[in-house]
Write a protein that binds this ligand. Structure first.
Ligand SMILES: N[C@@H](CCC(=O)N[C@@H](CS)C(=O)NCC(=O)O)C(=O)O
Length: 49
């Protein structure tokens, strides 16, 4: 199971797209870049994580 962190109107949409195409299960957390929920996983604050 994947968890994709990042709003869909960012590069996260590429990851969401391929997961959909592959039919894989995933959770999506639509967090904004540099938000606390992103920085806790990626200190650079960039999405997707
Ligand atoms: N693939 C690169 C680029 C990711 C990237 O720049 N994402 C943008 C959103 S599409 C972002 O998070 N920008 C916010 C920032 O750079 O602070 C990485 O993961 O380092």
């Amino acid at each position: 199971m994947y968890t994709v962190i990042g709003k869909a109107n960012s590069r996260a949409t590429r990851v969401l797209w391929v997961l959909e195409e592959l039919g894989l299960d995933y959770d999506h957390v639509p967090a904004a870049p540099q938000s606390e929920g992103v920085v806790s996983f990626n200190p650079a604050g960039k999405v997707p994580v």
